[in-house]
Write a new protein. Structure first.
Length: 285
C-alpha cells in the first residue's frame, strides 16, 4: 500500500496539484466575499473536485509522456516509466478521477463543469504534445494553467465577470516567468526528451530578456484589482513590491545567465502567486 500511495502521489504530481487547488479555493473565497456568506460545503466540493480533475489531467499527461519520461533523470523513476504501474492502470485511475471530479464541479454549476472538462482536454491533449514541437507550448500551457482561479471564482459566483477575468489574467501572465524559470533550470534534462520550452529553445540572453520582460508585464496586470476598484491599496502595494522583487530576480538572470539565478526566479514564482492571492482575499473592497 505504501508503494502504491507513493506512486499515486507521483502520478498526480501532488505538489503541483496542491498549488492548483489552492489557487482555485482562494478565488472561490474571493467570489464569496461579494455574497452574504461563504458556502463551505461548496468550497469543500470545489477542493475535492479540483484535486481530482487536476490529478486526472496530470495522469493523462504522464501516460502520453511515458517514453519521454524514461529519458530524463528527474522523471525516469515515475511509476509509468519505471514499470511499477501500467498504462492501463494509470488510464483507469485518471478516467475515474476525471469523471468523478467533473461531476462534482458540475454539480456546483454547469459553467464550472464545462471549464473543468476544457482544462483536462487542453492540458493533456493540446499542450502536452506541443512541448516537443515549439516554445509556443508555453503560451498554450498558460491557458489551462490560469484556469484554476477562473474555475474557483465561477464555482462560487456562477458566471464570468470582470473580477474573474482579472484573476485569470494575473495567473496567465505569471505562468510565463514561472515556466521559463523551470525550463532554464531543467533545460539539460528537457533536451533529452526533445522538449523546447525556452523562448529561443536554449539558455541564452534573448531567452533571459524575454523572461524578464514577462515579469515587467506582470506588474501592471497585478495592479488591475486596485485599478478596477475591487482591491484596496494594500493589494496594490504588495503586488507592486512583489512584482519588483520578481522582476529583479529575472534581471539577475539576464545579467548572469546561470542556473542558480533561474532557480531563485523559480522559487520566487512559487512565493509570488499565493502571497498576491491571499492579500487580495483580505484586501477586497
Amino acid at each position: 500500500m505504501g508503494t502504491f500511495l507513493k506512486d499515486f502521489k507521483n502520478l498526480v504530481k501532488l505538489r503541483l496539484t496542491f498549488l492548483v487547488v489552492f489557487s482555485a479555493s482562494i478565488s472561490f473565497l474571493i467570489a464569496s466575499e461579494s455574497q452574504e456568506s461563504i458556502n463551505w460545503y461548496n468550497w469543500l466540493i470545489l477542493i475535492i473536485g479540483g484535486f481530482l480533475v487536476t490529478s486526472a489531467a496530470n495522469g493523462f499527461n504522464e501516460i502520453i509522456e511515458k517514453d519521454l519520461d524514461k529519458l530524463m533523470k528527474r522523471t525516469m523513476d515515475r511509476p509509468l516509466p519505471s514499470g511499477r504501474m501500467t498504462n492501463g492502470q494509470a488510464l483507469v485511475l485518471s478516467l475515474i478521477m476525471g469523471i468523478f471530479g467533473t461531476y462534482l464541479l458540475g454539480s456546483l454549476n454547469p459553467a464550472t463543469g464545462y471549464l473543468s472538462v476544457f482544462s483536462i482536454l487542453f492540458y493533456a491533449f493540446i499542450y502536452t504534445p506541443l512541448k516537443q514541437k515549439s516554445p509556443i507550448a508555453v503560451l498554450v500551457g498558460a491557458i489551462p494553467g490560469a484556469l484554476p482561479p477562473l474555475i474557483g471564482y465561477v464555482a462560487a459566483h456562477g458566471q464570468i465577470d470582470k473580477i474573474a477575468l482579472v484573476l485569470f489574467a494575473i495567473q496567465f501572465v505569471w505562468q510565463f516567468p514561472h515556466f521559463w524559470a523551470i525550463a532554464w533550470v531543467l533545460d539539460d534534462d528537457y533536451k533529452k526528451a526533445g522538449f523546447r520550452l525556452l523562448p529561443t529553445t536554449k539558455r541564452d540572453k534573448t531567452s533571459a530578456i524575454i523572461t524578464w520582460l514577462s515579469t515587467l508585464i506582470l506588474i501592471p496586470v497585478s495592479l488591475l484589482p486596485t485599478y478596477y476598484g475591487f482591491g484596496g491599496y494594500a493589494i496594490g502595494g504588495v503586488s507592486l513590491i512583489m512584482g519588483l522583487i520578481f522582476s529583479y530576480q529575472a534581471l539577475t538572470l539576464v545579467r548572469k545567465l546561470d542556473v542558480k539565478s533561474a532557480q531563485n526566479l523559480m522559487y520566487g514564482s512559487f512565493i509570488y502567486l499565493p502571497v498576491v492571492q491571499l492579500v487580495l482575499l483580505f484586501n477586497l473592497k
